[in-house]
Ligand binder design. Structure first.
Ligand SMILES: Cc1ncc(COP(=O)(O)O)c(C=O)c1O
Length: 613
């Protein structure tokens, strides 16, 4: 390595005390910015090489530029005396020595990190094993079973309480019921539930409610419920409508004429399908037999579901705690020769933040790995936001590395879901084809076989009924309301907002009190928000229901009033049902949380033992 005379002379100026950013003005007119907010020797990649920053404690002492084999000393800097920055030379030996030290330090850090991870892994595994073995010990097993039975009983009691004024139909009625009797029972069932979602007191769940639209889709479903798109020869019109839905969606996400896809029953099925497509593509084209996907920790749990169904290993990458976007450096490090797909959310469910899709797209191109953008939640907002006056970063096929997008027409598109691919070669691997079945050659594009064509027709009719203008207006109203709520919340003491909400989800946390207390307080006032964990938080997903006059102001007032009460004594722990979320996060054995959840799912099918008919 050669040390040149300092041809790149210049001066360094402290730009930002907090971030310890330096601006280096070179004599030849160029400017470099270097962050020195690092404890030890480190380098920062710049467009034209590397800049080395030598720090002792907090004081950066020298800045060097390494270009190829040449090292150029830029200056020795004492940030205490930023006006007087002498440019002095250092010897090659100094630099090499420093590099060696840095290397040693890096190795030491890596050794410590892998030791810590190993120990943590060992600790986790030990804990898991201890719990697994402990659960086999009869008295402990009995105790756990007894606890789970109590939990089941509590869930069942809730069902009993909720439905105590109704009877259950538990066998076929001997004689057919009349239309009136059926509609009567239907209404009784629909009226169950304590939350007033029609007044906009619920996060997400119902994205749009309009009697006009309901009238149209009721008629459309009525005309198409009996159709079965599995039989394309019998119902070619249904295939035509599905093709049109896919084409409309592909255009909205800026796909070219090769872009293609299928409709599915919902976001989870779209995700399941894209994971299958990429797993099978990678096996056939690249010979990958142990497939892995790299995803942010915030990616929807449907990816875990797909991974469990399809035997794909999930590499979850941590977020940048400030932005709540996936940490791109860590994301890159998680890629290996078994990676079959990279995933980013636009936006994610928990915080509503959008990952840096452009950076993920570049990684996809660099390593030749397909990139999926999960826009299930916000896709039918992001593609209208620019026209609605709220531009968002690129997150569709305009980014060359993006190879697929999932977007739920049943959320802001208000009916079912689509999975889109940049190229048909991926969609081919989504299909399931069996050629040797005695029942005939069988091919199906998605999970379902026979299914009602009604869902296709309803989605198609909804898209046509809104039209571009309808979606832009709905998007404008939803984003305007979200920004209004976000702004109001940011002004309140005792809470903070996670990252920068990209579309319609605003997530709230607190450093001052247990944030689930806010959730409990709002529940008392009729609100139903989503609960987040690791770290604790709550979120509201703004839908068209919240754009009704007065809803946003009522929400802000209720949050403000609740905070007023809570902050009188921030130390009070959360009580009641919400306390369970807090406790669940502390449990090292996640299998208990899993058992608990299974009991809840069981309770959905529970039928009270009383005078049922
Ligand atoms: C970002 C994201 N992806 C996927 C899904 C899964 O969609 P679905 O519930 O329709 O299966 C959701 C659902 O909320 C979501 O928010």
């Amino acid at each position: 390595m050669n040390l040149n005379k300092p041809e790149l002379e210049g001066t360094a100026h402290l730009l930002d005390e907090l971030d310890k950013k330096l601006m280096v003005l070179l004599r030849d007119g160029r400017t470099l910015i270097a962050s020195t907010n690092l404890r030890t020797w480190s380098y920062i990649r710049l467009s034209r090489g590397y800049m080395w920053v030598n720090e002792y404690g907090d004081i950066p002492r020298g800045v060097f530029i390494v270009r190829g084999e040449n090292v150029v000393l830029l200056g020795e800097i004492d940030i205490e005396k930023e006006d007087d920055l002498p440019l002095t030379e250092v010897s090659v030996d100094d630099i090499l020595d420093a590099q060696r030290k840095e290397q040693e330090l890096k190795q030491e850090k890596q050794r410590l990190l892998s030791k810590a991870l190993k120990e943590r892994g060992i600790l986790q595994r030990c804990k898991k094993t201890v719990f697994r073995i402990a659960k086999l010990i009869p008295p402990i097993r009995e105790k756990i079973e007894a606890e789970l039975e109590t939990i089941s009983k509590n869930f069942e009691d809730e069902v009993e309480e909720r439905t105590k004024h109704l009877t259950y139909v538990t066998s076929l009625p001997e004689n057919r019921l009349s239309k009136e009797e059926i509609l009567n029972k239907l209404n009784q069932n629909l009226n169950l539930g304590e939350y007033d979602w029609k007044s906009g007191l619920v996060s997400g769940a119902v994205y749009y409610f309009s009697q006009d639209l309901i009238d149209i889709i009721s008629e459309v479903y009525g005309k198409t419920s009996y159709t079965n798109p599995l039989h394309a020869d019998l119902f070619p019109g249904l295939c035509k409508m599905e093709a049109e839905v896919v084409r409309i969606a592909a255009s909205l996400f800026h796909g070219d004429e090769k872009a293609c896809g299928t409709m599915t029953s919902g976001g989870t099925e779209s995700i399941l399908m894209v994971c299958k497509a990429y797993r099978d593509y990678a096996r056939e084209v690249k010979g990958i037999k142990r497939p892995e996907m790299v995803v942010p920790t915030t990616v929807h749990s449907a990816f875990d579901k797909a991974a469990q169904y399809l035997k794909i290993r999930v590499r979850s990458v941590q977020l940048d705690p400030e932005t709540c976007q996936v940490n791109i450096k860590a994301f890159r490090r998680a890629i290996n020769c078994n990676t079959v797909m990279l995933v980013g959310s636009a936006p994610n469910f928990p915080y509503g933040t959008m990952d840096d899709i452009s950076a993920i797209s570049e990684l996809g191109l660099r390593y030749n790995i397909p990139v999926h953008v999960d826009s299930c939640l916000g896709g039918f907002l992001t593609c209208f936001m620019e026209d609605a006056g709220y531009p968002v970063p690129l997150c569709d096929f305009r980014l060359p590395g993006v190879t697929s997008i999932s977007a739920d027409t049943h959320k802001y598109g208000f009916s079912s879901s689509v999975i889109l691919y940049r190229h048909p070669k991926y969609r081919h691997h989504q299909y399931t084809v069996t050629t040797d079945w005695p029942g005939g050659v069988y091919g199906s594009p998605t999970v379902g076989g026979s299914r009602s064509g009604g869902n296709i027709a309803v989605c198609w009719a909804t898209l046509l009924n809104f039209g571009r203008e309808g979606y832009v207006t709905a998007t404008r109203d939803i984003i305007h309301t979200t920004r209004y709520i976000e702004k109001g919340l940011r002004r309140m003491k005792g809470i903070f907002i996670f990252g920068q909400p990209a579309t319609s989800v605003v997530a709230i946390g607190s450093n001052d009190f247990q944030v689930y207390r806010l959730s409990s307080a709002l529940k008392e006032l009729g609100w139903n928000l989503n609960v987040l964990q690791f770290p604790s938080g709550i979120h509201i997903c703004i839908t068209h229901m919240h754009t009704q006059p007065g809803v946003a102001d009522r929400f802000l007032k209720d949050v403000r009033d609740s905070l007023g009460e809570i902050l009188k004594d921030p130390s009070i722990p959360v009580e009641g049902k919400m306390a369970i979320y807090g406790v669940a996060q502390q449990l090292p054995d996640r299998s208990i949380v899993g058992d608990f959840t299974r009991r809840f799912l069981d309770s959905m099918y529970y039928i009270p033992k009383r005078n049922n008919k």
